[in-house]
Design a protein around this ligand. Structure first.
Ligand code: ZN
Length: 675
């Protein structure tokens, strides 16, 4: 590991922030915090923290000594000056005379010390940063340091490597007690450049930003070099014949039965494959986290599944997964009860669902309430695999004990990092929308995303799909609903991205016309390919995933007014749409017992790619009325929009007891009303 300090970059930070009135020392604190935060071998997702002791003016312009320390909710990798809120230093220093301080009182004291009451909460390690006196303090969970410090003889190994250069402190629960331990460790040998906290990570300090940062890198580099001797090349591991698209929905379904639905994020790098196939998997997977604050993201241990060999891809594998998931939940409950009995006041148990699933021959799945959370869990477990691998290369990986893990997992200050925002109605649900690159499909993708769903944007036009997917933070997949292989590939991409599917909005279509006695078979056949078989292909692919998950599912079809109230010369469009309405009812009948609901939206006169401004002008002119009167030619006298149709799809997705129904969204047209 090399220092990435650059004088030119440092100067750029100083100049850029000077324009915003930020002092040089804080600009450099931002710079080196980002250097630490952007190296995944040092810091993962919100981990680590940094600080600076400086002065800031109070309301009367008098300089006050302050500690600028990382605020909660900020990531070191993209931190800005407001992410390092200033706390008055003096009141924090005074707290050192106490023997102990409850967590809530500590948080309150830290908040009270803020210069700006609107600033984020200072890091839970703020007192440690205050009591260790050098101006700059840097803390990371360096993989290499952890590989040496997560050992039964970690202290001897670190002492042997670092000599007097850094101090070494035993594991201690973060918060007030750790601040006391770190401060007394510092005071005992203030000449040390930093401190290894066994089974936790590394602190370094210095009088300027570069010194503290480069001491950090130097220590991590020494540890990396020490580990190099034990580094093994990662062997190519045989991958299971069962593709993740076959087994992910089985896993996702089993996890949903333990609580709320979850989203999965698959990883299959060589290191992951080697770990999950390793002879020591059972021991290493149960060994605990590489550093304590990982536990809130990955739980005390992952769920380990059997390898889905040829005999395990079907019913057998599903049964094995179900049994393993239930056993995980039982084990988690027992762990909670055993440890909760030791503390007072009592805690409320979190959910019993694993956050990481390991499958030999397939890889690992991060598990979370959203795609983002699942990816964070996967990233953090990949980091754990790296640390465990390096530790085992030179010795034997050892984490903190079970009770320490429990204290960390149920520490209120750690839980606060996860946030408590109320979930949106379609959170944790995966929805695929066909024809989502434009018109009603795009509006539907936006509407589902706004309700919290994970959205896969499927469209024949790959670029259009990408544009919409980017806007809704979802997956883009090219999908031509007339092509079996294209549909299969699109739904595989959905499962690869999210682990499964809960809702299909089958929307792709086009609107050919022609007088029925004179239209060619080709026009009719082509329309049936898209406007009927296209819906069937998408629905069949969705139902195949629903059945593997065994958690029900929702099929929503874009029917049309033409299905119920055909218009002149619109047979080539209306006939397959009428068949699609019947298709919806058939799915409702055949899969109702599996918990699959099927419904349709009957929309009319929506300004989209199917009904262009040009067509509207032509039709209104033909009727001798204005465009507004034509578009609002309904009982409500209002134009109906793609967003109105999208809301109807959302309503049907949420209507948990409604199946085989048609919702009309046309502003009121008695001739087209369902009868
Ligand atoms: Zn830490």
């Amino acid at each position: 590991m090399k220092s990435r300090w650059s004088d030119a970059e440092a100067r750029r930070f100083i100049d850029q922030y000077a324009q915003k009135g930020v002092a040089e020392d804080l600009a450099l604190r931002v710079y080196t915090s980002r250097l630490l935060g952007r190296d995944p071998a040092l810091v993962q997702h919100g981990g680590g923290n940094t600080s600076l002791k400086t002065t800031a003016p109070d309301n009367l312009g008098r300089p006050v000594k302050v500690l600028c320390v990382k605020g909660s909710g900020w990531d070191l990798g993209d931190i800005e000056p407001p992410g390092l809120p200033a706390c008055r230093l003096e009141p924090l220093l005074e707290l050192r005379c106490l023997n102990s301080l409850p967590d809530e009182a500590m948080v309150a004291a830290q908040r009270t010390s803020l210069m700006d009451p609107a600033a984020p909460n200072p890091s839970v390690e703020a007192l440690l940063h205050a009591w260790v006196s050098p101006r700059y303090v840097d803390h990371s969970h360096s993989n290499a340091i952890l590989a040496l410090a997560d050992q039964p003889d970690g202290e001897a190994r670190c002492r042997d490597l670092f000599g007097e250069r850094v101090s070494i402190a035993p594991y201690c629960m973060p918060g007030f007690a750790l601040a006391q331990l770190a401060a007394s460790t510092f005071d005992a040998r203030p000449e040390a450049e930093g401190m290894v906290l066994l089974k936790h990570g590394l602190f370094t300090w210095g009088e300027d930003a570069r010194e503290s940062y480069e001491r950090h890198i130097a220590c991590a580099d020494m540890a990396e070099r020490k580990l190099a001797a034990g580094r093994r090349t990662v062997a190519q591991v045989k991958r299971s014949l069962a593709s993740t698209t076959n087994i992910a929905p089985v896993i996702r379904g089993a996890l949903a039965r333990l609580g709320k639905p979850m989203v999965l994020d698959h990883r299959g790098a060589d290191e992951v494959m080697a770990f999950t196939a390793g002879a020591d998997l059972d021991r290493l997977a149960q060994a605990g986290p590489a550093t304590p604050d990982h536990v809130i993201r990955i739980k005390p241990w992952p769920l380990v599944l059997p390898e889905p060999g040829p005999s395990l891809t079907g019913i057998d594998f599903a049964e094995a997964v179900e049994a393993a998931a239930q056993a995980y939940a039982d084990r988690y409950r027992a762990y909670f009860e055993r440890n909760n009995a030791r503390i007072d006041p009592k805690k409320t148990m979190l959910d019993v669902q694993p956050r990481v699933v390991l499958v030999p021959g397939v890889g690992l799945y991060g598990v979370g309430a959203s795609k983002k959370d699942a990816a964070i869990a996967a990233d953090i477990y990949e980091t754990n695999i790296a640390v465990i691998g390096a530790a085992e290369g030179v010795g034997r990986f050892e984490s903190i004990g079970e009770f320490d893990i429990f204290e960390m997992e149920y520490w209120s200050l750690e839980q606060a990092k996860l946030g408590k925002a109320k979930e949106k109605p379609l959170a944790r649900k995966v929805v695929a929308v066909t024809g989502a690159g434009s018109g009603i499909g795009a509006a539907t993708a936006r509407a589902f995303a706004a309700e919290g769903a994970e959205v896969a944007v499927l469209d024949k036009d790959a670029d259009a799909a990408k544009t919409v997917a980017k806007a809704v933070g979802g997956l883009a997949a090219p999908c031509d609903v007339t092509d079996d292989a294209s549909v299969a590939a699109a739904f595989e991409a959905v499962v690869q991205a999210y682990g499964g599917l809960d809702i299909l909005v089958s929307n792709a279509g086009y609107a050919p016309s022609g007088r029925i006695g004179e239209v060619s078979d080709k026009v009719l056949r082509d329309s049936f390919e898209v406007n009927f078989l296209g819906h069937q292909r998408a629905a069949r692919a969705a139902v195949a995933i629903f059945r593997k998950q065994n958690t029900g599912g929702v099929l929503l079809f874009n029917a049309s007014k033409q299905a119920l109230n055909p218009g002149p010369d619109f047979g080539p469009y209306g006939l397959p749409k009428a068949a699609t309405l019947a298709l919806m009812r058939q799915y409702a009948i055949d899969y109702g017992a599996d918990g699959v609901r099927a419904n349709a939206v009957n929309a009319d006169r929506i300004r989209t790619g199917l009904m262009t401004d040009e067509m509207i002008a032509k039709r209104s002119a033909a009727r001798g009325i204005s465009e507004a009167d034509y578009m609002g030619g309904n009982l409500l006298r209002q134009e109906v929009t793609a967003d109105d149709v999208a809301q109807a799809f959302v309503s049907l997705a949420l209507a948990s007891k409604t199946t085989a129904a048609v919702i009309t969204v046309d502003g009121g047209n008695i001739a087209a009303a369902v009868r």
